[in-house]
Ligand binder design. Structure first.
Ligand code: AMP
Length: 113
């Protein structure tokens, strides 16, 4: 997708601090970390939000979710981690290519915000 920063990262046109990659997803460290460990799991298929996701893309997201516990373990997040999927402007979504934030490496408390 033209002008999508995450598509450009997936294509290798923009560098990233890669943590994991396979046919379905790229996981890399967030450039502006909000926790000691902050990575983004980005499905390789381009779509902006869950509302635009088709069945094939849903299968890809499912495979991302299945892989995340192992990736989190490899990142040292044995004590837990938080997943965030911002949907739209009110949620603060800034990159309109669906992605799953993986946050951890510290006690983030019980409050979500
Ligand atoms: P969201 O606000 O949910 O759309 O999240 C977008 C995230 O992408 C933010 O946490 C940004 O810090 C992160 N981000 C933007 N550009 C880059 C980049 N080039 N490399 C790594 N993370 C990025």
């Amino acid at each position: 997708m033209e002008n999508c920063i995450f598509c450009k990262i997936i294509a290798g046109e923009i560098p990233s601090n890669k943590v994991y990659e396979d046919d379905d997803m790229l996981v890399f460290r967030d450039i502006n970390p909000q926790a000691k460990v902050h990575c983004l799991c980005v499905p390789k298929s381009h779509f902006a939000t869950l509302a635009e996701m088709d069945e094939k893309q849903a299968e890809q997201v499912k495979r991302c979710l299945v892989k995340i516990p192992g990736i989190a373990k490899a990142l040292g997040l044995e004590n837990g981690y938080r997943l965030i999927v911002n949907q739209g402007r009110d949620a603060g979504q800034t990159v309109f290519h669906l992605h799953i934030h993986i946050l951890g490496g510290e006690n983030m408390g019980e409050k979500l915000l």
